[in-house]
Design a binder for this molecule. Structure first.
Ligand code: MN
Length: 404
């Protein structure tokens, strides 16, 4: 079976309030091309199809047009699982209709039979089994008990995830001797790319790759935006997002192509994704920035590069000077802020910072500090829990600012 594995499309994503729809349209067109060119038979999208639970209409249009175009290729099946950014109900709503286009959607935990997909080759013969496990929410895995400790809660989550995969692989074994592929949207070790959001409160439910039964010939993962194999085994992989979702994501973007034959070694190939728009962050003194701007100007690229600039010497007119210089160049400045030279990794202290530049956690930490309250683990977790809930509610609201 010839497989294309991707994930984390985040359709409808906005970066500093700017729409990514044009880039995403170009990306999906490219994907359809690759599916044709590489004669892909099975397309797996391992979660985070949309950026929010109530995606803007422009993102829905991209999604449906894409699935329609894939249906017109020779691709035999498209498997889609829900991620932590997706709404289970929204993803599942068109699933019956989409099944007519050889698309199987598993928006949320659905039970072993529904999650197990039997892949057939062009002659109609069974060729593989695919366990489609969407992002598992805490309510899918366990019932919280009053007064339980953080450790008990964490152990319960991990055990629930493990059991879910075990049952699936058991059911697959009952279906006969076929290669088994597993899909999932979770954290199973590895390095983040940029722009990922916590899956569970306070980073609980982190598992390692031992939860995946040894019977699986390939495990197609989503969630981490950096492409990588995990757990020291080349067959358990994050495809990574095919588009960078954050200025901090410096990982190389790709989709994963595989050849899977029964009892034969797996062939894996990373297919680099085009950079439709460069995301550049620059940090330095005003003269340095002005000098480096020239080098970042776009030359024959599909879309103008976007820049996020940190000026390390607080000159009041820096913003105007930079925008003046940029007006002559093929690039767009998305943000200019003032910061001190970084004294460590990527940490910097802003001189003139805006609330929207801070993470909610950081705001909470500083608020505690200014009130003389010690933000211990327990308080931090309580805050994280509220934050996760608030984010879920915001995501479920239609985006009022969207005009496309
Ligand atoms: Mn994601």
């Amino acid at each position: 079976v010839r497989i294309l594995h991707t994930s984390d499309l985040h359709l409808g994503h906005r970066l500093l309030e700017r729409s990514r729809i044009e880039e995403q349209e170009a990306l999906l067109e490219w994907l359809v091309q690759i599916i044709r060119q590489e004669e892909v038979e099975l397309l797996i999208i391992a979660g985070d199809i949309f950026d929010t639970g109530a995606p803007p209409n422009a993102a829905l249009k991209l999604y449906y047009n894409f699935l329609h175009q894939v249906a017109e290729t020779e691709c035999l099946a498209t498997l889609i699982i829900g991620g932590n950014h997706d709404s289970v109900a929204a993803l599942n709503a068109p699933r019956q209709l989409l099944s007519h286009f050889r698309v199987q959607v598993t928006g949320g935990a659905a039970g072993t039979d529904e999650e197990l997909f039997l892949m057939r080759d062009r002659q109609g013969e069974p060729s593989a089994l695919v366990g489609c496990v969407p992002f598992l929410r805490e309510r899918d895995l366990r019932t919280p008990r009053p007064g339980e400790s953080i450790e008990e809660r964490d152990a319960g989550l991990v055990a629930g995830i493990r059991e879910h995969y075990r049952l699936l692989s058991e059911a697959a074994a009952d279906r006969g001797d076929l290669p088994l592929i597993l899909c999932g949207h979770l954290f199973a070790g590895g390095v983040s790319g940029g722009g990922e959001r916590d899956l569970y409160v306070g980073n609980l439910g982190q598992i390692d790759s031992s939860v995946f039964p040894a019977e699986a010939q390939y495990v197609a993962l989503g969630h981490l935006h950096r492409a990588q194999a995990v757990g020291g085994s080349s067959h358990i992989r994050y495809s990574g997002s095919p588009l960078a979702l954050d200025f901090t994501d410096d990982s190389v973007k790709s989709v994963t192509l595989l050849n899977l034959e029964h009892r034969a070694p797996l062939e894996v190939e990373l297919f680099p994704a085009p950079v439709f728009r460069r995301l550049v962050s620059l940090s330095g003194s005003l003269p340095e920035i002005l000098w480096r701007l020239n080098g970042e100007a776009g030359a024959g690229e599909t879309f103008l590069p976007w820049l996020d600039i940190t000026v390390t010497d607080p000159i009041p007119e820096a913003q105007e000077r930079i925008e003046e210089a940029a007006a002559e160049l093929d690039l767009e400045i998305l943000r200019v802020r003032y910061g001190r030279p970084s004294n460590g990794d990527d940490s910097w202290e802003a001189v003139d910072e805006q609330l929207e530049e801070l993470s909610p956690r950081e705001v909470f930490r500083r608020r505690c500090e200014s009130r003389g309250v010690e933000a211990d683990d327990e308080l931090q977790r309580a805050f994280d829990e509220l934050l996760l809930e608030a984010q879920a509610r915001i995501d479920a609201q239609p985006d009022g600012t969207e005009t496309e």
